[in-house]
Design a protein around this ligand. Structure first.
Ligand code: BGC
Length: 451
């Protein structure tokens, strides 16, 4: 499957009932009309088709369907039927995310720290039930949660998303409860989707195929010669990368972060039909006694909120070329993570996001070719990879700013949100059309190892 991904809040515009809407005043820019996709969705579907992609991964905005607790909005429900019709009439299969970082505002009326205390789990289940009933006959591929690790860190760890809690320094007490509630909500969603969505929309014999969109980084030791750093890599990977899929696939939930192999929640096991991996960059880890107890380590991203918090403590300087986000470009790490995921779970893998912020438009084609070459290597070495969704179909609201340009198509925010194919988008279309990377593309954009 070849496709592209988006998220409702980042493209639709005016998601005024979502919790981020008021929170955005803290950011550099507000989302406003975003990419105007609530209006332009049919044009977006045409953009997917124009590149020959067979899948579009997008999200439904919970706050639109349920702007007030237990009040369902008929117009919004119908809107997503229209989105689905516009895709299906073009033979594009939808992959639907149900939670992509935002919640309805009213969840904080029930509890000011909803995912920490778990009040929201039952509410989420009602929303999933409605989505499964409404859209089950049109949708087979479901992702209840986008990046539960990034979301729980962002909202309850470093205070970037509402409710803005800063619990990362005390992960066992402040973050683990959030993670536990999110796994619980995922498991319930998994069961609900299988129970309610019994209609096989695309005729492949599978009515509901449910996974998680997990953010993964290549994690490496700050000092490769240090045994302590290498051990810290293992602890951080188990915490940041594998904790959610370990719990969902095997029922292994390390609530004390001591990482034994005990199956604490056997009732959770078997709740993933596929594992969605979202890969962007690499992260280095240094052993550091007393920090993030009991992990005892310092996580070093090449840029972003983690760097702002921990950079002062002495992270190594990034040494690879960087994207406009300041993230190191590291295609080899993509191979490593896909291999690790496959070896760990033997579950079908879908790359549910991979992409680059690139203002100039020059770096996207090599980024895509080099990452897909690594993905191909992982497949050749045995990984069961079922699809690749590029992030993103369009330029969009990057959680606080429109400056990062992630789109296969650029968006001209000043001129009627006009979409224009980027050079990287054209190259992606060529790869999709050929179902592979030609030697010409490898010669032009590949790394030396693949030419
Ligand atoms: C998220 C997207 C985001 C992208 C680039 C992923 O973490 O799912 O919403 O735009 O990365 O930062």
């Amino acid at each position: 499957m070849w496709g592209a991904a988006t998220a409702a809040y980042q493209i639709e515009g005016y998601n005024t009932h979502s919790d981020l809407w008021d929170w955005e005043v803290k950011y550099e820019q507000r989302s406003g009309a975003a990419a105007n996709s609530y209006v332009l969705f049919d044009e977006d579907a045409e953009l997917v088709k124009r590149l020959g992609m067979g899948v579009y991964r997008f999200s439904i905005e919970w706050a639109r369907l349920e702007p007030r607790n237990n009040e369902w909005n008929a117009e919004a429900i119908e809107h997503y039927h229209e989105v689905l019709r516009s895709l299906r009439s073009r033979n594009i299969r939808p992959m639907v995310t149900l939670h992509h970082f935002t919640n309805p505002k009213w969840v904080y009326e029930i509890d000011p720290s909803p995912w920490e205390n778990g009040e929201v789990v039952r509410e989420f289940e009602e929303y999933v039930r409605l989505a499964a009933r409404e859209y089950g006959s049109e949708v087979d591929m479901w992702i209840p949660f986008n990046e539960p690790n990034v979301y729980s860190f962002g909202a309850y760890g470093i205070g970037r998303f509402p409710p803005g809690q800063v619990g990362l320094l005390n992960p066992t007490e402040r973050l683990l409860p959030v993670m536990q509630n999110m796994v619980e909500a995922h498991v319930q969603a998994y069961r609900m989707l299988h129970e309610v969505d019994t209609a096989d929309a695309d005729g492949d014999g599978v009515a509901a195929w449910v996974g998680v969109g997990q953010a993964v980084s290549a994690i490496e030791p700050a000092d490769p010669d240090s045994a302590a750093d290498r051990a810290a890599v293992d602890r951080y990977a188990r915490f940041y990368v594998w904790l959610f899929p370990d719990a969902m696939a095997r029922g292994n939930f390390d609530s004390d972060l001591r990482f034994d192999e005990a199956i604490e929640r056997p009732d959770w096991a078997g709740s993933l039909d596929f594992l969605g991996l979202q890969y962007y960059s690499r992260l280095k880890v240094r052993a550091q006694e007393g920090l993030l107890d009991p992990l005892n380590l310092l996580p070093c991203a090449s840029e972003g909120a983690l760097t702002q918090i921990f950079g002062v403590l002495g992270c190594p300087a990034p040494d690879l070329p960087k994207t406009d986000m300041g993230w190191e470009i590291y295609p080899e790490g993509f191979y490593d993570v896909v291999r690790q995921a496959w070896e760990r779970y033997a579950l079908p893998v879908v790359v549910t996001e991979n992409g680059i912020a690139d203002q100039t438009g020059e770096k996207r084609a090599p980024f895509i070719v080099q990452h897909l070459a690594q993905l191909h290597r992982a497949i050749r070495d045995g990984a069961d990879v079922r699809g690749y969704m590029h992030w993103s179909l369009l330029d969009n609201y990057e959680w606080g700013s429109f400056r990062p340009r992630f789109g296969l198509y650029s968006v001209d925010y000043e001129n009627g949100f006009a979409r224009e194919l980027t050079a990287g988008g054209a190259v992606y279309g060529e790869i999709v059309g050929a179902n592979g990377i030609s030697s010409d593309l490898l010669n032009r954009f590949g790394s030396d190892d693949f030419r």
